[in-house]
Design a binder for this molecule. Structure first.
Ligand code: SF4
Length: 446
């Protein structure tokens, strides 16, 4: 079995048995399909239940395929590589999340010295990299990470060993006494924090959700992550604070930026093209719980108030081919799913594709608030409207200024549409009248 990830087979077996499950659905991200068969076989052996693997890729915690798994007869769903994001009461069946934290064997480029705990070199390297860039006496650092690295980072840098629920004390109590090292680490800095970002644990980010910090209080943000995707969310949410990325698997600390002017120009151009559209498509991603019916309803009302004809569509995955095949007459799209789809890949589509926030900015009659001021950056909008230069990263955030382009505030405005529908359906759905067909359009199509 792959040892790079903590697969929590015993805990998962316990969950399966606790729910007396006979049929178990397993959901993996693309990078873990290589171990899916082995995980399935092992869980069958350990639990006595029958397992089957869902073939669709899980891109994020939002993609939890509870309804699909239930429709296939599963008693429980095991979702790999993400932390639970969706409230339990919204799930169609019991779901167990296996975060797949990296194990000590995942960092062979930083071998331990004799008698040292396996993770000590990683913490030492990170510590040295931070000190080389940020003088402790004057630096105020905010640390962000993803679920896979979260516990290891906090153990390494804060010494918060009591917070370890996994019961594995080797890291804390090993012969290298990493705890003693970690307790010393960064303690001499002027300030260090793991920013709160509910409902995520402190210091954790998603590609669409990152805390916005006060630039008067923090000098730099350091993201301990793999790849740039999550770091970009931190950059977008904090235009006035320098953002750095530490790659544990590479052992490198780098300053990360995005070309805000280019992004703003692209997004404003997409919004300007969308504004010229007579018929606008509102497409929901039917991937797990990515789409919010309440956001759909709110954006639909804005589009109709702006005099646009609206077509509602739901697809298993939003791709240029899926949209063109389903509704070729649509002249512009608003995607209610992952906002990064429009921001990162929007220009791959032949028609303009906006996020809900951008749609409200482009078609709304009132200025957007209150998230916009917090996210205002130093990049001015080339179109002069200010909206393309602002990209709020608050898709799943609670307890911070936000707006009806995200799940929570939209649900408060449209309580009747706030829960996902339970009825079964297949194929895409369109509706011609205000308020009709939203629920049908969001039925799970996986
Ligand atoms: S909406 Fe996108 S960025 Fe956010 S958790 Fe889902 S896949 Fe990740």
């Amino acid at each position: 079995m792959e040892l790079r990830y903590r697969l929590e087979l015993a805990e998962t077996t316990e969950f399966i048995k606790k729910h007396n499950a006979h049929l178990v659905a397993l959901q993996f991200p693309e990078g873990l399909f290589q171990i899916a068969c082995e995980v399935s076989d092992t869980l069958e052996r350990m639990s006595g239940a029958e397992c089957f693997i869902l073939g669709d890729v899980a891109y994020g915690a939002c993609c939890v395929a509870d309804e699909y798994a239930r429709s296939l007869g599963a008693d429980v769903l095991i979702h790999y590589a993400h932390r639970g994001l969706v409230e339990e009461r919204r799930l169609a069946l019991p779901v167990h999340y296996v975060i797949c934290e990296f194990t000590e064997t995942a960092f062979p480029h930083l071998p331990p010295m004799s008698g040292e705990s396996p993770l000590a070199p990683l913490y030492r390297h990170l510590d040295a990299a931070l000190r080389a860039h940020f003088p402790p006496a004057t630096s105020r650092l905010a640390l962000l990470t993803t679920a896979q690295h979260s516990r290891m980072l906090k153990v390494g840098l804060s010494g918060a060993f009591d917070a370890l629920p996994w019961g594995d004390r080797r890291v804390a109590d090993g012969p290298g006494r990493v705890d003693e090292y970690a307790a010393r680490a960064l303690g001499d800095y002027r300030a260090v924090c793991f920013p709160a970002n509910a409902p995520l644990p402190d210091g954790e980010i998603l590609g669409c959700t990152a805390p916005t910090l006060d630039p008067a209080q923090w000098d730099a943000i350091v993201c301990v992550v793999d790849g740039r995707f999550h770091t970009e969310a931190a950059i977008l949410a904090n235009p006035s604070i320098p953002v750095y990325r530490y790659e544990p698997h590479v052992g490198a600390l780098t300053r990360e930026t995005i070309d805000r002017a280019a992004l703003a120009a692209t997004r404003c151009e997409q919004m300007a093209r969308a504004r010229r559209a007579r018929r606008v498509g509102l497409v929901a991603s039917a991937m797990g719980k990515q789409a919010s019916p309440a956001v759909m309803k709110h954006v639909e009302e804005h589009l109709r108030a702006a005099g646009r004809e609206v077509s509602l569509l739901a697809v298993p995955e939003i791709t240029p081919a899926a949209l063109e095949r389903a509704l070729p007459d649509v002249e512009a799209w608003v995607e209610v799913g992952c906002p990064r789809l429009a921001l990162d890949w929007g220009t791959d589509f032949p028609k303009p594709v906006l996020t809900p926030y951008e749609a409200l900015a482009a078609f709304g009659t009132e200025p957007l608030a209150p998230a916009a001021p917090a996210a205002q950056g130093d990049a001015s909008c080339p179109a002069g409207c200010g909206c393309g230069a602002v990209q709020p990263m608050d898709q799943w955030a609670r307890g911070r200024p936000s707006g009806p382009w995200t799940h929570g505030p939209a649900a408060a405005l449209h309580p009747a549409a706030s829960g996902l529908p339970q009825q079964e359906a297949s194929g895409s759905s369109t509706a011609g009248q205000p308020g009709q067909g939203i629920e049908a359009a969001l039925v799970s199509l996986q």
